[in-house]
Design a protein around this ligand. Structure first.
Ligand SMILES: Cc1cc2nc3c(=O)[nH]c(=O)nc-3n(C[C@H](O)[C@H](O)[C@H](O)COP(=O)(O)OP(=O)(O)OC[C@H]3O[C@@H](n4cnc5c(N)ncnc54)[C@H](O)[C@@H]3O)c2cc1C
Length: 504
């Protein structure tokens, strides 16, 4: 059991091509269940293949744009993905975000889980290995070895953090079944055995999974069996993914331009007595360390850096789309339309400003890594969940009935093509240009793909309510500085009033 998972060395061939990505997914398929059946080949399965082939295309793209996206591995000299870089300078840090933008642009930010998201997380964990090693030297060594293994083999990871949504009023230990949420069932000389489940993993169509702590563990022995962090292959015995229904309807790129390409899939993760060898374990039974790990290692900062790059790509896409729609139907004559375009523009500029500030104010952290400044990134991750649904709403407001009164590819090839050419024309576009544009708008604002994107942006980085709570707590000292300043003014007014009264 677990023989594959225990064999990790740090050698590899560096950055992969799309062909290699597909080949590995065929040879070592993740254990994905879809519609009550085990998926034999994710590269051909109708619900998944669109996203899988886009993933492969991204790996080809990194070779096509290698001057931006790859760098020389410090250990092997191989070309490896730049999203694994531990930047030491501001210029290197900016080179990482430029590399991440190449993939974000290709997907218009619609695949939030392109591999560089977890690449940044694992880079953070490896950089902060000394923090993990405080609990035992092996945990730090494991973090570095896992990271180098992933980097040198250019593997693609999903990740899972949160417990299942059974009873949110009770801790993991106090659910109806203590093994509802994944927990340590047994510990042996060789490793640990995990039983239970985690709520969600986006991109199960990947090679490995990073199973890390959610940051809501309570202190104390009760939560210790739920406190762990490890990475294992997606074909590890006992590990299985239960997929949601696909938002790729199996239609053409014409009919379903986003869903047919960028379905990354979300799945519940079951651990049916999964064996995890010690060399794969980075955190173990240390509740406090688990709760602090993302922040102390810098992993959360590096991940948010990727997220803001994605937000920029997504805002650029929506601005471009909105402007095309407006121009096509002659809606630019209305003032409120300008206001709406301006709103998206401001959102885009805001995200760009956050990114620039985070990079300009970056500083070497305690691990010697150039870490982006957290405050602008934290503000961005709290703001975008509100901006994105609003931008989608703007696409709906601009498109109106044009979003639903759109024929399909089959209609355009059918006997009513004469009607279609005539009645779907627009002020500045022929029907055959206007229709695919508005189908794209439908897929961005109305389809199942679109509404999953909105849900994703609302929640993928955590519950916005609790993120806001963390922001207020985390920036408490700074907020108090402003409160003190205002209080001084309040006191000044009070003192002036009483001094005046005394004089009177
Ligand atoms: C599309 C999508 C993709 C995702 N991908 C991943 C992934 O790849 N990996 C991963 O680990 N996670 C992923 N997530 C999960 C994400 O981390 C969670 O959605 C997020 O942390 C919120 O948790 P929840 O969904 O369980 O909501 P719940 O915690 O169940 O919250 C439900 C409601 O109750 C409220 N609530 C619950 N607890 C509290 C509390 N203590 N205080 C105040 N209000 C509370 C919430 O505000 C919310 O309104 C994804 C989510 C989505 C929607």
């Amino acid at each position: 059991m677990g023989a594959r998972a225990s064999m990790i060395g740090t050698e590899g061939h560096g950055a992969r091509t799309g062909h290699e990505v597909l080949q590995r997914l065929r040879e070592r398929p993740p254990t994905i269940w879809y519609g009550g059946e085990l998926v034999k080949d994710v590269t051909t399965h109708p619900a998944l293949k669109g996203g899988v082939h886009t993933l492969a295309k991204l790996y080809d793209l990194q070779w096509e744009r290698q001057d931006i996206t790859l760098y020389d591995s410090p250990t092997s000299g191989n070309k490896v993905a730049r999203s694994f870089m531990m930047p030491k300078t501001h210029a290197q840090l900016q080179s990482v975000s430029r590399a991440m933008k190449v993939w974000a642009d290709y997907t218009f930010g619609m695949m939030g889980r392109v591999p560089d998201y977890i690449n940044r997380a694992m880079t953070g964990y490896a950089a902060g290995a000394p923090f993990l090693a405080e609990a035992g030297a092996r945990y730090g060594e494991n973090a570095v070895r896992c990271y180098e293994y992933l980097r040198e083999n250019d593997l693609c990871l999903t990740h899972t953090l949160i417990p299942p949504q059974a009873n949110r009023a009770a801790s993991m230990a106090n659910q109806a079944d203590p093994y509802l949420s994944a927990r340590v069932k047994e510990e042996t000389d060789a490793g640990i055995i995990i039983r239970g489940c985690r709520m969600l993993a986006t991109l199960p169509i990947s090679d490995e999974i990073m199973v890390f702590p959610s940051t809501v563990l309570k202190s104390g022995d009760e939560d210790a069996p739920y406190a762990f962090g490890f990475c294992i292959p997606n074909d590890t015995p006992g590990l299985r993914f239960i997929s949601r229904e696909s938002v790729d309807y199996g239609r053409s790129h014409f009919d379903h331009p986003l869903g047919s390409r960028f379905e990354e899939m979300d799945a519940l993760v079951v651990f049916d007595d999964v064996f995890v060898p010690w060399e794969r374990v980075l955190l173990y039974r240390d509740v406090k360390r688990c709760n602090e790990a993302y922040a102390r290692t810098g992993a959360v900062v590096h991940m948010t850096h990727q997220v803001v790059v994605k937000n920029i790509a997504k805002s650029e896409f929506l601005l471009g789309l909105a402007s095309l729609m407006v121009n096509t139907i002659g809606a630019e004559v209305f003032q409120h339309i300008h206001e709406k375009l301006a709103e998206i523009w401001v959102n885009l500029e805001t995200m760009q400003a956050f990114l620039r500030a985070a990079e300009a104010d970056a500083a070497l952290d305690e691990w010697g890594v150039m870490r982006p400044a957290w405050n602008p990134l934290d503000a961005a991750r709290n703001l975008f969940p509100r901006l994105y649904p609003r931008m989608v709403e703007i696409i709906q407001q601009i498109g109106a009935s044009g979003l639903v009164a759109m024929p399909t590819e089959a209609d355009l090839k059918g006997p009513l093509v004469g009607d279609i050419r005539k009645y779907y024309q627009a002020a500045r576009a022929e029907a055959f240009d206007r229709i695919p544009m508005f189908r794209l708008a439908w897929d961005a604002a109305l389809s199942a793909f679109a509404s999953r994107q909105v849900l994703y942006e609302r929640f993928f980085f955590g519950d916005p309510v609790r993120m806001a709570g963390a922001l207020v707590t985390g920036h408490g000292a700074q907020i108090k500085e402003y409160a003190d300043k205002v209080m001084a003014f309040v006191k000044q007014n009070r003192d002036e009033a009483f001094a005046a009264a005394e004089v009177g």
